[in-house]
Design a protein around this ligand. Structure first.
Ligand SMILES: C[S@@+](CC[C@H](N)C(=O)[O-])C[C@H]1O[C@@H](n2cnc3c(N)ncnc32)[C@H](O)[C@@H]1O
Length: 214
């Protein structure tokens, strides 16, 4: 049976989701705002990492570390680690405190950097001890698309990708539609999850049958 989140993690998460809800209700959306994933997405991240036994997890967009808490709690069970990056040092520092409060600091490496610089500085697949097997994107596709081909070279052949998405129609617009098309052309099975927003789930190495194939 899948383990439940520890009380130290759930207590902190409910506080942070509450703060996020209050900020959204006030219409507060500055760079410094929490902007956390929806709890359902957090739960999905937790389950996916555990069920797939992912051990080498990369997150883009740390903010105050809400999604990182779900990923780190799951990594604790798989024996894995999370690397997470955000461009704002003050947010990385807040996330660091939250992870310490939940007792999960030792499974997370926090980086403060622009995504493109961070990815350019990542060791290539041949230099790494192990390839990345789970990626969570929460910085928007326009930031990720330019670095995706370099990132993709650092992933396992069966990696999982979850992208926090947008309202219906979001994935039909460029550059999001182009991103989906490029994934599909390169052996990714892509599905849009009909949740409160449309989130993208990608699984590498599963070639989808064309429609109408028996
Ligand atoms: C929606 S928030 C992430 C929320 C977080 N995943 C959570 O659930 O708690 C997006 C974050 O991405 C960061 N960000 C946006 N563009 C970035 C870029 N190009 N490089 C690095 N960080 C970026 C922002 O500073 C912001 O904190």
């Amino acid at each position: 049976m899948r383990p439940h989140l520890e009380p130290a993690v759930t207590d902190l998460l409910s506080r942070l989701h509450g703060e996020d809800g209050a900020q959204r209700a006030r219409g507060e959306r500055t760079d410094a705002s929490l902007k956390a994933v929806h709890p359902t997405v957090g739960e999905l991240l937790y389950r996916l990492v555990i069920d797939q036994g992912a051990r080498n997890i990369l997150e883009m967009g740390t903010s105050h570390g809400v999604s990182t808490l779900y990923l780190a709690a799951a990594a604790r069970h798989t024996g894995g680690r999370v690397v997470t990056v955000d461009r704002l040092a003050e947010k990385t520092a807040i996330a660091d405190r939250h992870l310490a409060e939940a007792g999960l600091g030792d499974v997370v490496e926090l980086a403060t950097a622009e995504l493109d610089e961070f990815v350019a500085g990542m060791p290539s697949a041949s230099e790494r001890h192990s390839a990345v097997d789970f990626v969570f994107v929460d910085v928007g596709i326009p930031a990720v698309a330019p670095v995706w081909s370099r990132l993709e070279a650092m992933l396992t052949g069966d990696a999982t990708l979850l992208v926090d998405g947008g309202p219906p129609g979001y994935w039909q617009e460029p550059p999001m539609a182009d991103f989906i098309e490029s994934l599909r052309q390169r052996d990714w099975l892509v599905s849009l999850l009909p949740m409160h927003k449309q989130h993208l789930l990608g699984i590498r190495g599963v070639v989808a049958d064309p429609p109408n194939t028996p």
